[in-house]
Design a protein around this ligand. Structure first.
Ligand code: NAD
Ligand code: WQD
Length: 337
């Protein structure tokens, strides 16, 4: 049984990763102060994995409590999810984002070095590619300066990790650049739980379908794409979770690796709306609005490296993800009634 520290393990991607880790025989030690999650996710996790994990309500920015945790357990690996993630919010409150996302990372990286942890996995993002020249991006596609402070925290997070690896090789690090994670666990026990009005497309769609929100606004239909709406690489959150488990099995002479975590295929916003209507049997009210500032036209992952080197590829379809997201939304709605 290997102990794995999962910071942000009560969050959207973190909670699904905890389930995958337990299924593969690991013992996740979750650290999360629940600032962007809720006890509903912990209840769902306990139903799914029983006492297969342990939970500590702590702030990763609190170095003393993180040090105590590293003293208490001998971690075989650390997966660092804990961060804020809203692009819009980060433009309103950049200091909050730089403080939490960078200080949390620096604390955890320092402890991994001091306690000789062999493996570190960092939640990065396709946002580090900015607006790329090519729609399909490789891990070696040049990084571009992101549009938002949030994006910068991921860009700088990778830079901090690279700098740490420049002179010493403290541990093997994988930076996983997620594209657009969507969906939920097929049981409907855990899923995405946005606070307030969602920024991301799928929760906006599902909350519109339940009537919680009145109508979806599609941000622009005048982009140079076949139907005029933006194209993204939507990947099932359970596949994203599995990529983390695979990262723990990964061994390579290169101590610092970057992997795209996507499906390799793009879908437009209108395609997502149509797919949702097919899967749910509901008609989704929507209007076409103005372009959203900072949105890029089209991006999807090249997945050769994640497939051939990491040994991971997405197994579930976008339809699977939409079905699971819809199942979760309906269940969540009932729980709140
Ligand atoms: P999330 O907000 O659902 O989960 C993050 C979790 O971290 C939350 O449970 C929150 O309570 C916790 N947290 C935040 N700051 C903390 C702190 N200081 N101490 C303790 N806990 C703290 O987000 P998510 O979608 O699961 O994203 C996880 C990671 O993946 C983040 O680093 C995010 O930037 C990155 N990422 C997400 C996406 C996406 O679309 N969801 C895409 C690319 C990268
Ligand atoms: C998807 C598409 C919108 C909402 C963000 C972050 C990125 C990464 C993934 C973390 C876009 C359109 C959306 C709506 C819409 N996260 N849309 N109406 O912008 O690709 O990426 O999440 O690292 O950094 O920027 O995802 O889900 O917000 O949008 O038309 O109400 O849906 O314009 O084309 P995005 P998203």
């Amino acid at each position: 049984m290997k102990n794995v520290l999962v910071t942000g393990g009560a969050g959207y991607i973190g909670s699904h990763t905890v389930v995958s880790l337990v299924e593969q025989g690991f013992y996740p030690v979750v650290v999360d102060d629940l600032r962007s999650s809720s006890s509903l996710i912990l209840e769902g996790l306990s139903t799914l994995v029983k006492d297969g994990y342990t939970f500590h309500r702590e702030d990763v920015c609190d170095l003393d409590s993180m040090t105590r945790l590293f003293q208490e357990y001998r971690f075989d690996a650390v997966i660092h999810f804990a961060a804020y993630k809203s692009v819009g919010d980060s433009c309103e409150e950049p200091l909050k984002y730089y403080h939490n996302n960078l200080l949390g990372l620096i604390n955890i990286l320092g402890l991994c070095r001091d306690f000789c942890i062999p493996k570190f996995v960092f939640s990065s993002s396709c946002t580090v590619y900015g607006e790329p020249d090519e729609k399909q991006v490789y891990e070696h596609t040049p990084k571009r300066l992101p549009e938002s402070p949030y994006g910068f925290t991921k860009w700088m997070g990778e830079q901090i990790i690279e700098d740490l690896h420049r002179n010493v090789v403290p541990f093997q690090t994988l930076c996983l650049r997620y594209f657009n994670p969507i969906g939920a666990h097929p049981s409907g026990m855990i899923g995405e739980l946005p606070k307030g009005i969602p920024n991301n497309l799928l929760p906006y769609i599902t909350q519109t379908a339940t009537g919680e929100l009145s109508s979806l606004t599609i941000f622009g239909d005048d982009y140079p794409t076949p139907d005029g709406t933006c194209i993204r690489d939507y990947v099932h959150v359970c596949d994203v979770a599995d990529a983390h488990v695979q990262s723990l099995f990964f061994s390579d002479p290169n101590p610092l690796c970057f992997f795209n975590i996507g499906t390799g295929c793009g879908s437009s916003v209108l395609e997502m709306v149509r797919l949702f209507e097919q899967v749910s049997g509901k008609t989704l009210p929507y209007t076409i609005g103005k372009r959203r500032k900072g949105d890029i036209t089209e991006i999807f992952a090249n997945v050769n490296a994640s497939k051939n080197l990491l040994g991971w590829s997405a197994k579930r379809t976008v339809e699977d993800a939409i079905r699971d997201a819809w199942n979760w939304e309906q269940r969540r709605n009932k729980t709140h009634d």
